[in-house]
Design a protein around this ligand. Structure first.
Ligand SMILES: [Zn+2]
Ligand SMILES: [Zn+2]
Length: 310
């Protein structure tokens, strides 16, 4: 009896050591990933930046979310892009100046790189798209649109036949419910629709001087909201574009980079070439003078294994 117990104990220890070694080696973390993808995620994980302890008023101080691992994500019923449904649609609502149109087009290009899927910017619809009953005057006297109304009554079920997601980009401010002052954006997971506002991202008016700051905010918020539409929850693992934020200052402190955990979820759903995606994002950041994000992408590129060609 004692001998059998000893054998069981030895096997138990051997099993535990085996599992620990496997996890330390990055296996079986990504069991159905390609060898290229496993090497990519093992390499960039070292560049994940730890989150700082949240201060009063910041998102994680006020909201205690559990996070979402790749394994938890994989258990969800996620709609994958296929040969027909693979276009992300952007619908501008309201009036946009030429510079605002430029920032929308740059955002379209960015999202194409970020998700490695076609992104179409539709023709703008006027403010009357949202009826008076779903508008109000905000505390600063600004016109505001009721974001949940836009999702439920204007976007849900209106995806074009080849559409995977539909996100409105509003020139007006948004509010989520009467007791809230405003919201930057809102998304519906099951309907794969969302809305993001440009209003608060441009420091009252978009000019050549604040264009880059507005662009980095808009690509941050729109990739975040679209991330939700791909069933990504708020990230609690590292500094990441999927971190929850409570204010523009908090958004400004959030990188445009997806941490390795969130990137592995998006890759699992979209199955793109990770290196190509990173190269495209790096080029975008450089050409739009987004220096901090270009530097993060450059650090990731430097960690990638050398490409061997036959
Ligand atoms: Zn969010
Ligand atoms: Zn993350």
């Amino acid at each position: 009896m004692a001998f059998r117990q000893l054998i069981r104990l030895v096997w138990g220890v051997v099993g535990l050591v085996g599992i620990s070694l496997a996890l330390a080696c990055g296996w079986p973390r990504y069991p159905d990933f390609s060898a290229e993808a496993r090497a990519y995620f093992s390499a960039i994980k070292a560049n994940d930046q730890p989150l700082k302890a949240p201060r009063t008023g910041e998102w994680r101080h006020e909201n205690h979310e559990p996070g979402q691992t790749l394994e938890q994500y994989q258990e969800l019923a996620i709609t994958r892009p296929d040969s027909v449904h693979r276009t992300l649609y952007l619908l501008p609502i309201g009036h946009f100046s030429p510079l605002q149109k430029k920032v929308l087009e740059a955002t379209r290009q960015y999202l194409q790189h970020f998700f490695q899927l076609p992104v179409t910017l539709l023709a703008a619809v006027p403010d009357t798209f949202v009826p008076k009953a779903a508008r109000r005057r905000g505390i600063e006297g600004q016109e505001q649109l009721l974001a949940p109304y836009i999702l439920t009554h204007r976007l849900a079920g209106k995806l074009p036949p080849d559409g995977l997601t539909l996100m409105a980009l509003s020139s007006r401010d948004l509010y989520p419910k009467p007791e809230w002052n405003y919201v930057f954006g809102l998304a519906s997971y099951p309907d794969r629709v969302g809305v993001t506002s440009l209003y608060r991202l441009q420091d009252t008016r978009l000019t050549a001087a604040n264009y880059t700051r507005c662009l980095t905010r808009l690509i941050n918020l729109s990739s975040h909201e679209l991330g939700h539409m791909f069933s990504l929850r708020h990230c609690t693992f590292a500094r990441c574009v999927m971190n929850g934020t409570n204010s523009l200052a908090e958004t400004d402190g959030t990188p445009n980079r997806l941490c390795s955990e969130c990137q592995s979820k998006l890759y699992w759903t979209c199955r793109y070439n990770n290196r190509q995606r990173l190269l495209a994002l790096h080029t975008f950041f450089q050409s739009h003078q987004l220096k901090a994000d270009a530097s993060l992408a450059s650090r990731d590129l430097k960690r990638l294994p050398a490409v061997t060609r036959p």
